[in-house]
Write a protein that binds this ligand. Structure first.
Ligand code: ADP
Ligand code: ADP
Length: 227
């Protein structure tokens, strides 16, 4: 479990992005952070993998304070997916995914096999492996982003508006795919979106944040109060 206790992030210019946020993110399910632009969702997500350090409060993973863990160990246990996939433009799709197992010391052949298996897992045809990112649609690129984040088999996946830049029909397909992957692999997923419908569809738990970085509600979708 990821536990945040009264976490505040104040950026050097004085902006309070997250204000005394307490959250318990359960294992093996999808927790969605939802709220308007600027309410602190990305900052919250980035504090979980220590791309951003909290100003106050503590964050723990399975009972151990994140501050006590080497950042490299932490990052390995957390896949990260962003809006435009962030793929290496000069590498093929297969190499984009295989890079991750390579970095953690798998051999070349085994890494490529792992990448091919992950392409299948996220619904990408094997023939796309030889292409470059610019030769794929936005939705396909996001699938590659998900495959790459899964490549080292991390227990946790952090996803920052991963499907926001694709059209609604493709987005629905990606959401369905994510639910299937979650069901099959049982990852702990923290998913950021500004779209309440997406939050309700994907989340086992939904954290509604409001401007100023405060938590307004934390509940299963069926128990959210409308306002
Ligand atoms: P969201 O993901 O909900 O859009 P963010 O976490 O990106 O929100 O931002 C929360 C607030 O912190 C916003 O007011 C934003 O402008 C501010 N902010 C984000 N990053 C920085 C930064 N590096 N320095 C100063 N302010 C920042
Ligand atoms: P499954 O197909 O059982 O759901 P995965 O897709 O996670 O499992 O893994 C597929 C293959 O890759 C398995 O043979 C597994 O042992 C291997 N594998 C996955 N992650 C790792 C890892 N971090 N280190 C070593 N081998 C791994």
């Amino acid at each position: 479990m990821i536990r945040m206790e009264s976490v505040t992030k104040r950026y050097p210019d004085g902006t309070v992005a997250v204000d005394r946020l307490s959250l318990e993110i359960p294992d093996r399910s999808i927790t969605v952070l939802v709220g308007p632009s600027g309410c602190g969702k990305t900052t919250t997500l980035r504090m979980i993998n220590r791309m951003v350090e909290p100003t106050e409060g503590t964050i723990s993973l399975d009972g151990a304070d994140l501050q006590q863990q080497p950042v490299t160990t932490l990052r390995r246990s957390m896949g990260y997916v962003i809006q435009n996939a962030g793929l290496f433009q000069h590498r093929t799709i297969l190499d984009n995914i295989a890079t991750v197992p390579r970095m953690i010391g798998w051999g070349k052949q085994k890494s490529r096999e792992r990448a091919a298996e992950l392409m299948e897992r996220v619904g990408l045809d094997a023939s796309l492996g030889k292409r470059y990112p610019y030769q794929l649609s936005g939705g396909q690129q996001q699938r590659v982003g998900v495959a790459r984040a899964l490549a080292a088999d991390p227990p946790v996946l952090l996803m920052d508006e991963p499907f926001s830049a694709v059209d609604p029909v493709v987005r629905k397909g990606l959401q369905d795919e994510l639910l299937r992957i979650q069901d099959e692999l049982g990852k702990t997923i923290v998913f950021v979106t500004h779209d309440i419908d997406e939050a309700v569809k994907l989340g086992s738990m939904v954290a509604v944040m409001r401007t100023g970085g405060r938590l307004a509600q934390f509940a299963p979708p069926a128990e959210l109060l409308s306002d």
